[in-house]
Design a protein around this ligand. Structure first.
Ligand code: LLP
Length: 480
């Protein structure tokens, strides 16, 4: 071989060794590169669908050949870390809420709190189930509009709305759920300028503690959200709104928190807002088109845990609702806006083991996801079940440690798990809500891909981030 050609081949080999496989595949845009070891066990005919593999993992049967084959296929085709959503589960969860409340509340409208999972494919699935969209930002409003959701089926709730977001909502006929008197004034001025009438509700703070994680406990009086019922702030806001020319007051909203596993807080909040609705009628002559009791329906994150179901919640709310509307003398439509309940159990975060290390203190399973991929464990000490894919031999007590350069990047602590080998797969359950939606590129790791499983079909719904994404909007002054 000529010396030049030899040098070329040499450098090619060096390149192949030093450039991470993910980087090459991301650069080529041709999807994931093969994992270093041949991981594919071709599933035998009739062995089970991808949906079955996901459900086997949930049922703690990640050692089942169909589970192993399914997850290996997903990792092989799409790379890791990978968010996987099960279409049937999302639809099933939506049905549970529709049926539970539909049976007891003839006047009912359901929304999906898009912040839980803002992937367009997921939002679109829930839209197909007949849900409106509860949005929290201009970006989420635009997402809903892109899916063809009409403005009146979009509710915009945020405690801090920017002028462009207010204007967008008004132009599109989106219902604005207001959180302060300043916001009311801005909405009035903007609606007047646009020559339109704003349809609004107020988010009220009922001062109710649903006993959930502190950071997501929104209905307590210390929280930044809502106009307090106590002390008359909420009543004053309605009074002022009724005097404005470009504002039409249509509803009342309260959301007391997230991951609520007991109906008690809802019942207390419902009692308070219904009583307040009576005050609005008696003192201001106002009749509300709807009362929105927010989202917050929790799910079981632990094996064997039982929590409030939508049916339990509907049953618990019905008597207080009936009593309330009897005193009110009319029936507003009940609105609900769950997020987590629809999507959390449908989501799986598939990650690959990079190394396993036993220190004098404990064993760490180091994986290729971190709190940049799923922040809930680091941020809220949230518990997510973990399954190591493969035979359940040699169980060890270990931490599933992320790849972020921080001590707190532990995805699961002190779990009894089969000791994996580098290259093995692990899956984190219930990752469909506030998973990808809260992911970041911290530590210069591009965002993971998302796929939707339907039976044995699977489609990419968001391509894997590329190293180039990290630099897309950056400039070094003077260099370009
Ligand atoms: N409506 C409003 C006004 C909200 O603020 C929220 C959630 C929802 C509805 C939906 O709540 P859900 O049904 O999903 O519980 N990142 C946290 C959860 C934050 C919830 C924020 N607001 C977590 O990962 O647990």
């Amino acid at each position: 071989m000529f010396p030049r050609a030899r040098a070329f081949v040499f450098w090619l080999m060096v390149l192949a060794l030093v450039v991470p496989s993910g980087a090459l595949r991301a650069e080529s845009g041709a999807g994931p590169a093969p994992l270093p070891e041949p991981p594919v066990t071709v599933p035998a005919a009739g062995m089970g669908t991808l949906h079955d593999a996901l459900q086997l993992a949930r049922a703690d049967q990640a050692d089942h050949p169909a589970a192993i084959a399914g997850f290996q296929r997903l990792a092989w085709e799409f790379g890791t870390p990978l968010y996987i959503y099960d279409r049937a589960t999302i639809i099933g969860q939506a049905r549970l809420v529709k049926e539970a409340f539909g049976a007891r509340f003839p006047r009912l409208k359901l929304f999906y709190a898009a912040k839980a999972n803002t992937s367009l494919a997921v939002m679109s699935l829930l839209r197909q189930q007949g849900l409106g969209m509860e949005t929290i930002s201009g970006g989420e409003i635009i997402a809903a509009l892109r899916l063809g959701v009409p403005g009146p089926d979009i509710l915009f709730t945020s405690s801090s709305k920017s002028p462009w977001e207010i204007e967008l909502a008004l132009r599109e006929g989106v219902l604005l759920n207001l959180d302060s008197l300043d916001e009311l004034a801005q909405v009035e001025v903007t609606a007047a300028r646009l020559g339109t009438t704003a349809r609004v509700s107020f988010r009220v703070n009922p001062g109710v503690d649903p006993h959930t994680i502190h950071q997501i406990n929104t209905g307590i009086s210390e929280s930044k959200f809502g106009l307090h019922l106590a002390g008359g702030a909420a009543l004053a806001a309605y009074r002022r709104a009724l005097r404005l020319r470009h504002v039409q007051v249509v509803g009342l909203h309260c959301h007391i928190g997230s991951q609520i596993t007991d109906p008690e807080g809802y019942v207390l909040a419902a009692g308070k807002v219904l009583e307040f609705a009576r005050e609005l009628k008696e003192q201001l002559g106002l009749q509300l088109a709807f009362i929105d009791l927010g989202g917050g329906i929790g799910i079981p994150y632990h094996d064997g845990e039982t929590v409030m179901t939508p049916a339990d919640l509907a049953a618990a709310l019905q008597p207080i609702w009936q009593k309330g509307i009897a005193r009110l003398g009319y029936e507003p439509t009940l609105w609900l806006e769950p997020g987590r309940f629809f999507v959390a159990p449908a989501g799986f975060l598939l990650t690959r083991v990079n190394s396993v290390k036993t220190t004098p203190v404990k064993t760490f399973i180091n994986v290729d996801a971190g709190f940049n991929t799923l922040v809930r464990p680091a941020m809220y000490q949230a518990y997510h079940r973990v399954r190591v894919i493969g035979p359940k031999n040699r169980v060890v007590k270990a931490d599933l440690a992320g790849n972020v350069c921080e001590t707190g990047d532990i995805l699961a602590a002190d779990r009894m798990l089969p000791r994996p080998q580098p290259g093995d797969l692990a899956v984190i359950l219930d990752a469909g809500a506030y998973g990808f939606a809260m992911a970041s590129e911290y530590n210069s790791r591009p965002l993971p891909a998302e796929v939707l499983v339907d039976g044995d079909e699977v489609e990419v719904i968001r391509g894997r981030g590329r190293p180039d994404d990290l630099f897309r909007h950056q400039r070094i002054p003077g260099s370009w």
